[in-house]
Design a protein around this ligand. Sequence first.
Ligand code: HEC
Ligand code: HEC
Length: 521
Amino acid sequence: MLKAIQIIAITLAGTVLIGTFALIFAESRWIDPNPSSPREYFLHGSTGTELMPLAVFQVLPTLFPEQFQPAGNTAGDFIDQFGFVRGAPDAKYGLPYGVNVSRYRPKSGAPSPIPFVGFNCAVCHSANFERVGQPRGTVVLGMANPRLDLVAFGDAIRRSLLDENRLTVPTIAATYKSLNHKSLSFTERLTIRYWLRGARAALKADLPMRGSPFSGSKLRDSSLMPSGPGRNQPMMETVRFLIHETPDPNGGASKIPCLYQQQRRQRAQFDGSVGDPLTRNSLAALGVGASVYNLRVPGILGTMQQSYIFVKTLDGPRYADLNGTDAHGPDQARVQRGHDAYMQYCSSCHGWPEEQNWTSGSRQGQVIPASEVGTDSARVSFRYYADMGTFVDAFFPPGHPLKPPVGDIHALPEAERGFITEPLEAAFTRAPYLHNGSVPTLAELINLKPRRAVFYRGRSEFDPDGVGIVVTEQPDVDHYFRYDTSVYGNSNRGHNYPWPYQGTGWNADTLTDLLEYLKTL
Ligand code: HEC
Ligand code: HEC
């Protein structure tokens, strides 16, 4: 009897041991090999923001057309309607740029038996440069995507996940089968069941802080979803992430910046609050849901490090690369005169290009107080502005590879807070202008034309006359987002260089020359 028990116990222990080794072996093979170059990391690396199993991401648009096609089923799929960039190279499953597939489990970063999707840097920091009549456009890496409405997309997803009647393992499995003509495996079903339970609980726990997600046509209502295309609310999201509270005032919306030649920037973020290059990237990942654990995982930490290497020396495109030599191509006589105007009125703050380099102006890299430059100050006056450095420091435990150097995130005294002066490589691709994206064209920014107080945004094709993006006075399916400059954080005032519109010294001819020169940056 005793002998029998011993044998059973030994056999059991042996089986458990073999099982454990088998699992460890299997786990080590679940993770795909790491990307092979900084560019590949930027395009396909995981930033630790694993959102949901790939299979679920594939079925959601079919299960919830009212959320994923809020403008109706004739206005394109979710890629069109939320402004993602279609057709990433080597992307599997027809996913757009920046929606990466990995084998990391959400939050922990532990190996997963089934693939997950997440967002990486390329989802916001790559764009399709389109011209009216040429919707296929050219994809530019590092350019900010002026169309992407990621905050609204987030609500579409949350709304769908919270629907306990329509989103169940059986409905996911049935939709998956009808789309892919194959069934979900036992492991897939099991993992999805486990994940869905956890994801739902987490979303419900967040409802008091975030409120219920908006739905359907409300996703395009700017009075409810104030950030809109090409922007998000990074300060509010980061505070929520770090201390689980919605700050009030919340800092408004920031436009996504272009990331060309990051090595030329001494400090980053629109307010110049962050120094260390890695901190710039890890803050971005935290804002979209990475965790302190998974940011240690080599494949994910690698994306943070390698993506920076990619954007460090990334050149912006030239005007002719994207527009050919059309009638709007820079007029050389005007360019020459415009160069002189630029050197006189702009170069001290923004520097100027010289051969392959960018020469710094005397005030370049300085934070110009909001009271001096005169642009909207919500971004530098939200609740907890001065505490951000302390919050981030407390978040990362000692020795964490992404812990910012002491004092790296700094808050200037209130009167000195403002916006950093930056080089303007490929200025024509940076529209809409200013940190809040309140000025659609360069012609308006330099006050050659009056700035528009209300306009509609969405598709964001290039505007070769004003040099910027096309916006409309009346909404249509492609230009749905009402940008009202009187709303908190949206003001288009300030930066009246060289002169206020039709103010003292104002000279339309000089400004037309300057506009021509700006195309050549
Ligand atoms: C959800 C969209 C989004 C994602 C994803 C994202 N960023 Fe950003 N990024 C932003 C926004 C918005 C800002 C501007 C923040 C501010 O200052 O208000 C920004 C700022 C930056 C800056 C500072 C640029 C400058 O010149 O000041 C860097 C560098 C950067 N991001 C790199 C990255 C990297 C690398 C990744 C991937 C790890 C990434 N971002 C992912 C939206 C995003
Ligand atoms: C006193 C310093 C100063 C001078 C002079 C100045 N700028 Fe600026 N510029 C800034 C600051 C600061 C910002 C950022 C403001 C913001 O985002 O709110 C900025 C933003 C810009 C932007 C928007 C960049 C983007 O990504 O949205 C452009 C374009 C620009 N300036 C062009 C010019 C031109 C052209 C001139 C000369 C007519 C000029 N600036 C003169 C300080 C200056």
